[in-house]
Design a protein around this ligand. Structure first.
Ligand code: SF4
Length: 226
């Protein structure tokens, strides 16, 4: 794919998980710089802090493990950090590494709180990391792993064409909104609102058919009993 972004255009790769969850949440965090923590975000951050170690390197059983690996892609227009990248010794069509003989296949591993989900939010983030590694290392990566803190198991994620196209589509939408500095409106039917860490900032029911602004102000100024 043809690179179409420059250094100054790059957006945080981690934002794609917010965008996949809700484009408005992504815009509130990455355009408007709003952030609010809840139990989920604190647990997620603590899990990442446990694996965040840029000096970590381990070689065991034909696998090289590195942590906190810097990433970038000028095709997606993203920069970020992979929790873990594992390099597996392979016979051919791999990448070469300084100070190591042979060919190596890089696989991204992302740590997540909780357990595997029904949506593709975690998959698109992992796939975006793989696209970065492919671009940086001039290789092709067929799969990666999501490690879930609650189940303490890895889930294998195949980077199929459909998932890659979804990542590309999200990245284009993110850049378009960011360039125009547009925060999408809340959707009254978004099922993610009830567990969203930004619900208190977003106020998704205000301005929708579910509640008008006057009703909201009266309620929260105590002029109307809830
Ligand atoms: S409260 Fe709902 S609409 Fe608002 S950012 Fe969160 S998920 Fe999106």
């Amino acid at each position: 794919m043809i690179p179409k972004y420059n250094d100054e255009d790059l957006l945080a790769l981690s934002g794609i998980q917010h965008f996949a969850y809700c484009p408005r949440q992504w815009a509130l965090i990455h355009i408007e710089k709003q952030w609010s923590e809840n139990l989920r975000t604190v647990e997620g951050r603590q899990l990442h802090e446990r694996v965040d170690n840029p000096d970590f390197f381990e070689a065991r059983g034909g696998i090289l493990t590195t942590r906190s690996v810097p990433l970038s892609s000028y095709v997606l227009g993203f920069y970020g950090v992979a929790d873990v990248v594992e390099f597996y010794a392979i016979e051919e069509k791999g990448v070469t590494l300084n100070g190591r003989e042979g060919q190596w296949c890089p696989l991204p591993v992302e740590y997540k709180r909780g357990r595997p989900k029904k949506d593709i939010i975690d998959e698109v983030q992992l796939c975006a990391q793989a696209v970065c590694l492919e671009e940086m290392l001039c290789t092709t990566i067929e799969h990666g792993y999501l490690f879930y803190g609650e189940t303490k198991h890895r889930t294998k994620v195949m980077f199929c064409e459909e998932l890659r196209q979804q990542v590309l589509k999200f990245s284009e939408q993110m850049h378009s909104l960011f360039d125009k500095q547009i925060t999408p409106k809340a959707s009254a039917t978004n099922k993610n609102c009830k567990s969203c860490s930004l619900v208190g900032i977003c106020l998704p029911k205000v301005g929708t058919k579910q509640a008008n602004v006057n009703g909201y102000i009266k309620k929260y100024l105590g002029q109307e009993k809830s």
